[in-house]
Design a protein around this ligand. Structure first.
Ligand code: 5GP
Length: 349
């Protein structure tokens, strides 16, 4: 029998983004995600479907669910909820005949209405067939329009009239002050305040969009070392989370937070611009494709930091795309430096 795509992925013949691996189980990101988090948890041994399971597989299947549980926690979706499903054979919608479980989450998934329709008898009355067909056409149209709008919304070169209107809230000095270490000075001499240090240079760990764990990656890797600017500030900084709060800040506010808060700095520009230069300590999450990096983001962006985001400056759409995702997953406070890279470099001249 021809080997399935999953066998070839397990044998490292085809690349995949591995989220978890042990001797018996591998979890990879789905190539066509149906939700912000969509991971396939696959027993390595060839078992074609649930229907081919044996009594002796009880432990293996149990462990699949524990991997699902741990991954859901890792992505921060456990509390809100998620779905673990497996499709069996043709009517179940299975397309790859190597047992696997879909872990889906990161947004409300709704009820499994489409699955409940699968029992409609093949000999249904003409009227039912007609109404079902009409309903299917409406659903397909709605999904297509939805996808188009979603794609457009996420595309920085989107058609203007259906571009998302971002909530733009300006930070006050009080919003900033509560995150600053008591000793943080006002940025009277910003050029010196933000001077580079070798430590800062070292902490800049760009995460490229192509970053893929190796096939030998071990179980649930712990988050990567944090790339931030916090190593240079006094230890008495405070942090109070403000889930879902996104505010825009000026250059002076940014300098103060960058230098004086426990923060995590994100550069939302494209990887090419990031490679040409970025603010020390920044991590790169391109705003134009942040939706496809949600698992990365959830695994690596800490929840106990002030999040600072910048892009080129101006409308800050790329920053807002990243901020929206963070907001959706309960991160906060998030501050967007509206002057961005353009202002930063001009002030540093
Ligand atoms: P099924 O339809 O069998 O329940 O699920 C198969 C899943 O495998 C689909 O969600 C599909 O997107 C995913 N898939 C198919 N080919 C590949 C591939 O080459 N790489 C990855 N990562 N996923 C794949």
């Amino acid at each position: 029998m021809e080997r399935t795509i999953f066998e070839r992925i397990i044998a490292c013949e085809i690349p995949a983004t591995i989220e978890y691996e042990d001797a018996d189980i591998i979890a990879i990101r789905d190539i066509a995600p149906a939700a912000p988090v969509h991971v396939l948890i696959i027993p390595k041994r060839v078992i074609t479907s649930v229907d081919a399971l044996a009594e002796s597989d009880t432990d293996l299947v149990g462990r699949v669910f524990l991997v699902a549980r741990d991954l859901a926690r890792k992505y921060g979706i456990a509390e809100n909820g998620y779905r673990v499903v497996t499709n069996c054979n043709a009517d179940g919608g299975q397309t790859v005949f190597h047992l696997h479980f879909h872990l889906l989450g990161g947004e409300p998934l709704g009820r499994m209405n489409s699955a409940s329709m699968s029992h409609v008898p093949a000999v249904a009355s003409t009227a039912l067939v007609r109404s079902t067909t009409l309903r299917d056409i409406v659903i397909v149209l709605a999904v297509t329009i939805g996808l188009a709008i979603g794609f457009n919304a996420m595309n920085p070169k989107a058609i203007a009239w259906i571009k998302p209107e971002f909530e733009r809230q300006t930070a006050t000095q009080t919003d900033i002050d509560k995150y600053l270490a008591p000793s943080t000075p006002a940025p009277s001499q910003p050029k010196e305040v933000i001077q580079q240090t070798p430590a800062q240079e070292q902490s800049a760990t760009p995460l490229t969009t192509n970053a893929k764990p190796t096939a030998g990656a071990s179980a649930l890797p712990s988050p990567q070392p944090l790339a931030d600017a916090s190593t240079k500030v006094a230890p008495e900084q405070t942090f109070t989370s403000e889930p879902g709060v996104v505010r825009e800040i000026t250059y002076d506010m940014f300098v103060r937070l960058y230098q004086g808060s426990k923060n995590y700095l994100i550069d939302a520009r494209g990887a090419d611009k990031f490679a040409q230069g970025h603010i020390n300590g920044a991590v790169n999450y391109y705003g134009g494709e942040v939706q496809s990096r949600i698992p990365d983001l959830l695994a690596n962006v800490p929840r106990d930091r002030v999040i600072l985001i910048y892009c080129d400056g101006g409308e800050c759409e790329l920053s807002h795309h990243v901020a929206d995702v963070l907001k959706q997953f309960g991160y906060g406070p998030v501050f967007i430096y509206t002057g961005g890279w353009a202002e930063w470099t001009s002030k540093r001249k």
